[in-house]
Design a protein around this ligand. Structure first.
Ligand code: FPP
Length: 246
């Protein structure tokens, strides 16, 4: 049984919520909240790398976000293209490895091409792994993995009895990466919203009322301090966890 003793989480997942409310409070259109959110993304990536986090997974656009008004969806897509154009060189200089997860084939050809370029350019980097979830849903991810395993079973490549949690996890979008240790959600709501359902099984949860455009290194530090104060038991008793440390 693996017992986590690390004080800094290896994998931090973030639900970046509150852009729209931030904009409304300033009498601005929702889109300006998303634009302001890019600065918080930059700051969070820097903070994660500085604090020794190895993997950062950001929820940029959910499967369900396609249902937002058309002009908001298209302005978000333009913002992603623009952010890639502006940020990738800097991420590369900082040794960040960029990856995207989600139903990327639902995105425009232009955006897909820019994402593929960014992934290729940063593939050999050895610093922070930055996963950006776009057109992503936790249920979609799990259903996809189940379908792939079923296909392999039907083709006779694997035995049905070989389908277990490890096999399923090996077909998920984040295959090969460890589960999330810490989930941060800004914007005051306390829910998972179909994010990394599988990978959040034992994550510590940190909710803050701070709206995403105001999220900064100080708030990130608060989330990490919350994590550092937690005893992670993974189903064991507190006494067992303490004994394993000796
Ligand atoms: C949720 O706030 C935020 C989003 C759906 C979009 C997140 C996108 C960014 C932060 C832009 C930049 C991202 C990258 C990766 C470059 P909301 O609109 O639901 O806010 P509300 O709950 O206040 O309405």
């Amino acid at each position: 049984m693996h017992v986590e003793t690390a004080i800094v989480p290896s994998h931090v997942a973030v639900i970046m919520d509150g852009n729209g409310r931030w904009a409304r409070a300033r009498g601005k259109p929702r889109h300006s909240g998303h634009r302001a959110g890019v600065k918080s993304v930059r700051e969070t990536v820097e903070a994660a790398a500085e604090r020794g986090v190895q993997i950062l997974t950001l929820f940029a656009f959910s499967s369900e976000n396609w249902g937002r008004p058309e002009d908001e969806v298209s302005s978000l897509m333009r913002l992603f293209v623009e952010a890639l154009r502006r940020e990738v060189a800097e991420l590369h200089r900082n040794n960040v490895r960029l990856r995207f997860i989600g139903a990327l084939d639902q995105l425009s050809d232009g955006l897909q091409a820019k994402m593929a370029d960014a992934v290729e350019k940063t593939a050999q980097n050895t610093g922070l792994t930055l996963n950006i979830a776009v057109a992503y849903g936790g249920r979609w991810d799990i259903a996809n993995a189940a379908r792939k395993l079923a296909g392999k079973a039907v083709a006779g490549e694997i035995d049905v009895d070989a389908i277990d949690a490890d096999a399923l996890s090996g077909e998920l979008q984040l295959a090969g990466l460890p589960d999330a240790d810490l989930l941060i959600r800004t914007g005051g709501e306390q829910r998972i919203s179909n994010f990394l359902l599988w990978h959040l099984a034992y994550a510590e949860l940190w909710f803050t009322d701070v709206l995403w455009p105001e999220f900064d290194k100080a708030e990130f530090a608060r989330a990490l301090a919350h994590f550092a104060g937690k005893q992670r038991r993974f189903g064991q008793t507190g006494d067992q966890v303490e004994a394993a440390k000796c």
